[in-house]
Design a protein around this ligand. Sequence first.
Ligand code: GCO
Ligand code: MN
Length: 391
Amino acid sequence: MPEYKPSRNDKFAFGIWCVTNPGADPFGPPTREPMDPIDAIRGLAEHEAWGFESHDNDLYPIDATPAQVGKALKAAKAVMADTGIVCQAFTTNLFTHPVFKDGAFTSNAPQVRAYAVRKAVLAVDAAAELDARNFIFWGGREGAEVDLAKDPAVAIKRLRDAINFICDYGRSVAPKMTFSIEPKPNEPRGDTFLPTVGSALAFIETLSPANCKIVGVNPEVAHVKMAGLNVYHEYAQALEAGKLTELHINDQKPLRYDQDLSFGSVSLKESFFLVKLTMDHNFAGAKSWDAHAYRSEDTAGVWDFVARNMRTWKILEEKVRRVNDDAEITALLAEITASDHDLEDLHRTFSPDNVERLKELKLKPDRLATSRRLPYERLDQLLNEVLLGVR
Ligand code: GCO
Ligand code: MN
């Protein structure tokens, strides 16, 4: 029996906030003792996580003095040096404090916008200090409930200006750091700007050319499912665009509030396809969890949560290998996807000659509709049987 043990090569990371999450929700207070963020990082390293992610205010409070910030970063660097864990991503919390009640970069108040950009600039300094690989923009409060109060076109422009400003600064202090936008359709706002991977990708193209190169997306399973979209397809679109910076992993029932459940706890098949995408396309970035233990767990349960999430990923990796090596599945896929290269060449690139030849082809829709079997029932059942452990 394989052990499905995570190793540093897996590039598994967790947000500090995932393990320090005390179990509070909008209807009830914490159910767990507070956990020190440095203990959280050490615990993650002990559980074989390769990296951690952090908000500025996971490590120090919003009103920390420069000396307090320095002390907190020093403590984080000490545990990193001690354990070898790396900082995969750093970000700034632009959503908790009431100052951000109407947004940060898109707030209607100019002083709040300036404060938010300055807070992000300071977070970039901290990210550089921790040698963070990536800097995340999650616009938690960048949205609206009252559409008359905020012109979305103006808001998008403000987002662009802020992100260009921060990335220009970031390139000067941390030239190797990447940046990523994390789309989410809603919550805590009624509607959030940049709700899906598609909108984030389109927005990135409008950044300055230098920033367009270094900004990607980090889709999150729960956010995709909140929008009722296909997880495999959303991540694949970012990957195909060369913009899949890192993954935020969790699980969730579709079309609900942000549940941040353990990976594979709701939809094993969709989870399988996310793992498959990363393996089939040799995705080399970090796989970072953004989930938390059930509110009913105690502190020990938090570490069960960490272990189970990585273990599920490893088990699904083995399932992907089984599917990709399965002789019957491989043969069916070869049949289903068999191509004709001469035909493909004809419409790959436009030329008047190609158009002429296309027009001359004898392609009869009635014949084509039945000329090829598509045994998807058998194919999908074979996958189910691998996933159910009987194949
Ligand atoms: C959420 C988001 C956040 C971000 C985090 C890092 O829905 O709460 O997923 O957890 O990922 O702020 O930017
Ligand atoms: Mn997230």
